[in-house]
Design a protein around this ligand. Sequence first.
Ligand code: NDP
Ligand code: PYC
Length: 335
Amino acid sequence: MAAISFPLEEIYQLIKSVMLSNGCDEPNAVALADIMTRAERDGSHSHGLFRVPGYVKALRSGKVDGKAKPKVEKITPAIIKVNGHGCFAPIAQSVGLPALVEATKEIGIGALTLTGIHHFAALWPETEYLADNGLVGIACTAYMPSVAPAGSKTALFGTNPISFAWPRPGGTPIVYDMATASMALGDVQIALRDGRKVPEGTGLNAKGEPSTDPAEIIKGVLLPFGGYKGSAISLMVELLAAGLTGEQFSYEAKENDNGDGGPPRGGEIVLSMSPDIIAGSEWQQHVEKFANKMSAMEGVRLPGARRHKNRLDIGTRKIDSALLKTIRELGTSNT
Ligand code: NDP
Ligand code: PYC
């Protein structure tokens, strides 16, 4: 891939200006610029600048309201509900997560449901926010049918990510964030762009045969990670993100989507727990011993460590030059 080096601050300003010139107000543009710049900073390439064209498509088609003002409601002392009123997810999270932290610190456990949102980002920002506030976090969201349940060759599940974070006061949290598909669709699309094959087991072509060609898999179907076990976790994500929030399952999201290429309307659930309240004051020492034992093992690293290391580099990031050209054009033309 031909790449251009670009400073993080310029990445932020570019995204913000593209979003402002495509119908976002300042708070929505800031929330999007923040989430995508942090993805580029950490090396979450499939959910950084790569997503700008999709966000813009959803704004231009009118599917997403770039001026939406999400509404927060406390259903019980532990249950927070945010209605995004057709916004992209980051602005809804920015109002819901602080309320979730406050509730969890009081009750010990909490749940945040987000409805009427369009999620197109990585999920680690949600769970890491909770860990940075001393809480354990779990987040998941559904998407549109892209993954065949175990035993089938037809898509029903979204790529259905799940993220988990555990706080390590004084250090970086333990965080994993993974699609329950064998590979996130964004990474398959990037493999196609960069002319790379994907590993065996990623997906099937349109005839239902195994393939390592990303173009063929995009026309066919992705497989869940880990066979029937990943399939069960993807099923759980559908139930938590749609069944429990009252929002659309992936198949419903597709049926009701306008096909503009941007993220469909859906739901997200974020669960949080206070180790201080649940485990008591000794938890940190106990967990540190375990984490240190694990990371000292040969060949082992803790999930999240790659991103946290990338984050220490505040220099430029390499951006695909064709993508950069496309994004710059999206900021000047509005058709
Ligand atoms: P990866 O397979 O790249 O990584 C999954 C997790 O495994 C990460 O937490 C990663 O940590 C960790 N990990 C990777 N290698 C190792 C290792 N050797 N040892 C220990 N831990 C490791 O992610 P996916 O491709 O599955 O997902 C990419 C992104 O796509 C996610 O951010 C996800 O939220 C997003 N996504 C969003 C969707 C949406 O609907 N909004 C749908 C699907 C995916 P580390 O980061 O430190 O490498
Ligand atoms: O990479 O699978 C993906 C994805 C879907 C929605 C946002 N990212």
